[in-house]
Design a protein around this ligand. Structure first.
Ligand SMILES: [Zn+2]
Length: 369
């Protein structure tokens, strides 16, 4: 399949349901319009023999309460005792990476620049049950998580030292999280994180060049390109044409918004449902808890005009097969550009086929929207 960047015409020679990894063009680079960088596609190499380490699925037998967990209700943690919370719960990270009392920079040097790291960091627990993940939450509970993200964004964004609120979830041991308690983190400091800083510029440049919103133009392409995984009235999840990881998913809003603060209460509820749906597709794909890094990309809180910023949520799973990691190595760490060894059309079809009730039985949740 080829897309013409100048006319917007989409020429497709196959439906995504028929797409396979080895159908993808070989030796092709695709432009990542949000990050404004090239991604190298080498789907013809995805099936090469692997003689390295294989990853076993995470253990599924997790207790509802763990007396050693720093996030469970009533438990002691470094900075105090958790209340016996019943729904969501947030607290200031006991070891925040930004500080309210950061000391002044030691010196001012044109080459080796330095500045204090003002701000704070928070932890958000989705649910008191240690054994659950987002897929096990009811729609009300998932909506409460997104409501809390928006509430914390609003509270943190007005602080004078905060220029960006980054919300992210590291899920699973493969991305460095040994505690399965359902939670995410919020970093709020005077650093505008790099991807967001780039998306500020790419969104603005696209709007100045075309008079259209970058996020909405990408949404149109993904819909017409057949890479939608699931959608509801306010959000679309897709494996983008320019995906950097095999099973990368973007959740895009169906109207231009730049942050969680722009969403209506109804949209926040639909976003909670969509996050749950994407996580369910992931788990169903290989019938195992899927590890991922999830990041909420929202406009900086630096007082600038970010009307063209493309709000979205990104999921980056580290696995490209149930037992095989996508290792970042020479091209990625050494060279600084991503290589994707898969065909996004085929990966979207795989995830789409995995939509529906979660594979695990015994969980009582409401019907999906
Ligand atoms: Zn816990």
């Amino acid at each position: 399949m080829t897309a013409c960047a100048t006319t917007g015409l989409l020429v497709t020679s196959m439906t995504s349901a028929e797409a396979r990894d080895d159908d993808a063009s070989t030796w092709e680079q695709r432009w990542h319009p949000f990050r404004e960088e090239w991604v190298l596609f080498t789907a013809h190499r995805g099936g090469r023999p692997w003689r390295g380490e294989v990853k076993a699925p995470a253990p599924a037998d997790v207790p509802a309460y763990d007396p050693t967990c720093a996030l469970c209700p009533g438990n002691q943690r470094l900075g105090g005792t958790n209340p016996a919370y019943a729904g969501t719960f947030w607290f200031t990270n006991d070891l925040p990476c930004f500080g309210p009392d950061a000391p002044p920079a030691a010196c001012d040097d044109d080459l080796y620049r330095v500045r204090p790291a003002h701000g704070t960091a928070e932890v958000v627990c989705y649910h008191p049950d240690h054994s659950r993940t987002i897929v096990d939450l009811s729609l009300d509970e998932a909506a409460a998580v997104v409501d809390l993200w928006a509430d914390r964004t609003a509270a943190l964004a007005v602080r004078p030292e905060v220029r960006h609120v980054l919300i992210f979830e590291n899920k699973g041991e493969l991305v460095g999280t040994s505690n399965p308690h359902p939670h995410c983190q919020i970093y709020a400091g005077d650093l505008i994180y790099g991807h967001t800083a780039r998306e500020v510029e790419s969104g603005r440049r696209h709007f100045e060049r075309t008079g259209r919103y970058l996020g909405q133009d990408v949404l149109d392409r993904e819909r017409s390109g057949g890479r939608v995984v699931v959608e509801n009235e306010a959000f679309v999840a897709c494996v983008p044409w320019f995906a950097r990881y095999a099973y990368e998913v973007l959740i895009l809003p169906t109207r231009q918004v730049s942050s969680l603060l722009d969403l209506t209460a109804g949209e926040r509820r639909l976003l909670g449902a969509m996050v749950r749906e994407v996580a369910t597709c992931y788990d169903n794909l290989w019938r195992m808890p899927m590890p991922y890094v999830m990041a909420v990309h929202q406009a900086p809180a630096d007082g600038g005009d970010h009307a063209s910023y493309p709000f979205h949520i990104e999921f980056h799973p580290p696995l490209r097969k149930p037992d095989t990691m996508k290792y970042l190595a020479g091209p990625e760490i050494g060279g600084g550009s991503m290589t994707n060894e898969s065909n996004p059309d085929a990966k979207a079809a795989e995830l789409r086929a995995a939509a529906g009730p979660h594979y695990r039985s015994g969980r009582s949740v409401e019907p999906r929207p």
